[in-house]
Design a protein around this ligand. Structure first.
Ligand SMILES: [Zn+2]
Length: 256
């Protein structure tokens, strides 16, 4: 049965592909359904973006408009709760603690966290080290692997700086390790949450709002997606790959 791993590379701009060697991401683009012009949401900040990824609604609906979490006023069922209600097991491997509120208690089978997203350059290798034993044996139906150091590098040195591109290459090596470890029946979704400019992000500028988005795996035809793709499409796509119909309130749509 198909399993899904979702690899987030925080703050990765699609044009990094033109300036850095990213063989892991390239291999997914070659064999998957992808867009290099997918859209983030406003504000283009990490927690609002991730709430939109996991709840398939814009920030105006889930209400998280900064990196500080507050309970939703009109709660929407998220991807993890939805999969749990369908008998599917999910796990998180992350290095940024604010992400702990992406799912409600009692819905995750496992959650690994260490405060390493600000640890340059090694922070994402530690997350990958932790996740690989589970990914390689297909331990969970849905696994979220959050890699935060490209964003950290953007804030420290500037988006598209030599240091930022070097960190993107280092994190792509972690993506390669993940791809190589996955059993054949695993689909992989990989994208960024937002881009960045100078040493920041959060605006409506194309540099902040445009992200790479790809989904690859058994049964997914290689193609460039010509329709619009956004963060809202990730939960419906992951759900569809696992054979679970999308939750009725989700506003995105599956690209497979
Ligand atoms: Zn950031």
């Amino acid at each position: 049965m198909t399993k899904v791993v979702f690899v987030m590379i925080d703050g990765l701009r699609p044009d990094a592909l033109d300036h850095a060697s990213l063989p892991g991401l390239r291999s997914l683009l070659d064999r998957g359904a992808y867009s290099l012009r997918a859209s983030s949401v406003m504000p283009s900040m990490t927690l609002p973006c991730h709430m939109s990824i996991f709840h398939s609604v814009p920030p105006s609906r889930h209400g998280i408009l900064s990196n500080e979490y507050a309970p939703q006023v009109r709660p929407i069922r998220g991807l993890v709760e939805h999969l749990n209600s369908a008998g599917k097991q999910s796990a998180f491997f992350t290095n940024w603690e604010e992400l702990r509120d992406l799912s409600r208690p009692s819905n995750l089978q496992m959650s690994w966290y260490a405060n390493e997203s600000y640890n340059l350059p090694m922070g994402d290798e530690l997350v990958t080290d932790a996740a690989l034993p589970y990914l390689s044996r297909g331990a969970f139906d849905f696994t979220f692997v959050y890699l935060g150091t490209v964003d950290t590098s953007g804030h420290a040195f500037g988006w598209m700086s030599a240091e930022y591109l070097q960190q993107a290459e280092r994190v792509d090596k972690q993506l390669v390790r993940i791809i190589d470890a996955l059993p054949a029946d695993t689909a992989i979704i990989c994208h960024a949450d937002h881009g960045g400019h100078e040493r920041t992000h959060g605006t409506e500028m194309p540099e902040d709002m445009t992200i790479p988005w790809v989904c690859a795996g058994a049964g997914i035809a290689a193609r460039e997606i010509t329709e619009s793709v956004s963060l809202l499409d990730t939960a419906p796509t992951a759900s569809a790959l696992l054979g679970v119909p999308p939750w009725k309130e989700w506003e995105g749509r599956s690209v497979v």
